[in-house]
Design a protein around this ligand. Structure first.
Ligand SMILES: *Cc1c(COP(=O)(O)O)cnc(C)c1O
Length: 391
């Protein structure tokens, strides 16, 4: 039996009416601004999650153009894909399975990718890969300063430092950095951040006393780049802000001259008038109280449009934001255009989210509507929507 070709998905992509436009100059400009704001000598652009939905390699290149000198990803496969695209700058990856048969670790070491190490198991796995490759791996020791995610807890830190030191002596690997990610990263003024940073400084001191380093220290993600210059250390790690999104409830990216890079649009595929008392979409959760014009948008939850946006005024059409009416379906939803069509007709472009300075809703506004944030919105956009890049 012949295998079903993967092309099926691509055909759907080519036929899809929805468009994702990525303005790469926005990423480049945003990185330039953030780099000028940061006090650190190094700047890591975080491009995990397919560059926060903007495209891994394109986002990385745009960030490097803006002055980033490091790239950060979660997965080894992402890091390797960046190398395969010809990117030679330092890359740190921080999420992988520490097992001897994880050949991705070997590939990462062979590709000169720095690896985060937060446990003795991870250290051993990286050391094994280094030995087999005959190449000294560069590692960044990760402290768990309270997030309880990756990293070694402070009480386990001395053991990790000692084991690292032994492997350094054998020239198997080299510790280049030390880092932590704050549990209250998105609430810069939170008092827990000060305690976490004190622990981090203590851990770095211990490592230096043991003879490791000098270690490149990095703690701050977007919110702390903008709000806590005292946490910048030797490198900052920027995600949300470099894509022009808000990293914290009280931070408006536009106030820092940052603008969103990503816009989602689609053409209206139908415009029609319905009388008062008409139920709209499944279960008639919405009813018209008067004669209304409705527009049909060919995007739904299969494209990453959250059901929770129903009733929210988020869709720009005819120069104004209009509310989504009725339940969002798998491939489509309706927009309430108002009592008059106001010149809006089939084929007109609707803008779902983009740059708020143009009157569109931002991904952050969409996030707020579903009690989340802009990052969840942009990461949900389905691969079947083609990304188009503007330089
Ligand atoms: C995602 C991530 C970042 C970037 O966070 P933003 O808030 O998007 O700037 C930084 N560091 C680590 C470890 C991350 O996982």
């Amino acid at each position: 039996m012949s295998q079903r070709p993967a092309v099926l998905g691509n055909e759907a992509v080519q036929a899809h009416a929805g468009q994702v436009t990525v303005d790469l100059s926005a990423i480049t400009d945003n990185v330039g601004r953030l780099r000028r704001l940061s006090r650190s000598s190094h700047f890591m652009a975080v491009v995990k999650g397919n560059g926060y939905g903007h495209g891994l390699v394109s986002a990385a290149r745009a960030a490097l153009d803006g002055g980033a000198d490091w790239l950060g990803v979660a997965q080894l496969a992402e890091a390797i894909a960046l190398r395969e695209a010809g990117i030679a700058e330092p890359i740190l990856a921080w999420l992988y399975l520490a097992s001897a048969d994880n050949e991705m670790i070997e590939r990462a070491v062979a590709s000169g990718i720095d690896l985060s190490v937060g446990s003795v198991e991870q250290l051993r796995a990286v050391a094994g890969a280094s030995r087999r490759q005959g190449r000294r791996a560069e590692i960044h020791l990760e402290l768990d300063s309270g997030l309880s995610r990756g990293g070694a807890r402070l009480e386990d830190w001395p053991e990790l430092v000692e084991a690292t030191k032994q492997l350094e002596r054998q020239n198997v690997l080299h510790s280049r950095g030390a880092w932590t990610h704050l549990a209250w990263a998105d609430v810069p003024a939170h008092s827990a951040n000060s305690a976490s940073v004190l622990d981090f400084e203590r851990a770095v001191h211990e490592a230096h006393m043991a003879g490791l380093g000098p270690l490149t220290r990095h703690v701050a993600s977007s919110a702390n780049i903008l709000d806590r210059p005292d946490l910048h250390f030797d490198m900052v790690r920027a995600g949300l802000a470099m894509y022009g999104l808000s990293p914290a409830d009280h931070i408006n990216p536009a106030a820092f001259g940052l603008r969103p890079a990503l816009t989602v649009t689609a053409p209206l595929v139908l415009v029609k008038r319905v009388p008062a008392g008409t139920g709209v979409s499944y279960e008639h959760r919405a009813m018209t109280h008067e004669s209304r014009f409705l527009g049909l948008v060919p995007l739904g939850y299969a494209d990453g449009i959250p059901k929770g946006i129903s009733g929210h005024r988020l869709v720009k059409v005819g120069g104004e934001l209009k509310p989504v009416i009725g339940k969002v379906c798998m491939d489509q939803f309706m927009v309430d255009l108002g009592p008059e069509a106001g010149g809006i007709s089939v084929g007109d472009t609707v803008e779902l989210f983009g740059d708020p300075s143009t009157g569109a809703a931002s991904a952050d506004m969409w996030g707020e509507a579903i009690s989340s944030h802009g990052d969840e919105i942009i990461n949900r956009i389905a691969p079947r929507l083609v990304r188009r890049y503007r330089a």
